[in-house]
Design a protein around this ligand. Structure first.
Ligand code: SF4
Ligand code: SF4
Length: 106
């Protein structure tokens, strides 16, 4: 399955630099992550909060080599982050749907 975070990383260069919004964590919840995460050895399903999010919605393994490479490669961008958390959750959920693999042909 294509990792939707990987799809974000190859987003067109039109994406503008954007500061990460404290208390958001939309990109740690909405997308699927196919790489193993400590505590989630099979990766993370879409729409599921990553177990490595702490109570302040910060990554508990930031800077740790066990943090998936796709997490480190994801940069905030105006198109994805928008002006509020709901925008980011909707945008990322839509991207997740659009990057689902085609169902097998019977
Ligand atoms: S969606 Fe954007 S603002 Fe929200 S946590 Fe991810 S990078 Fe930060
Ligand atoms: S490992 Fe950290 S950055 Fe990656 S999804 Fe989980 S909380 Fe977010």
């Amino acid at each position: 399955m294509q990792d939707s975070l990987a799809a974000i990383r190859v987003a067109p260069p039109s994406a503008q630099p954007h500061a990460c919004r404290p208390g958001c964590a939309a990109c740690c919840i909405a997308p699927s992550i196919s790489s193993p995460i400590p505590g989630m050895p099979s990766g993370k399903p879409a729409g599921v909060r990553c177990v490595q999010l702490d109570q302040d919605l910060q990554c508990a393994i930031f800077g740790d080599p066990q943090r998936p490479a796709c997490c480190g490669g994801l940069q905030p961008a105006a198109e994805m982050c928008g002006d509020n958390r709901q925008h980011a959750l909707l945008w990322l959920t839509t991207l997740e749907t659009l990057t689902q693999p085609e169902p097998p042909v019977p």
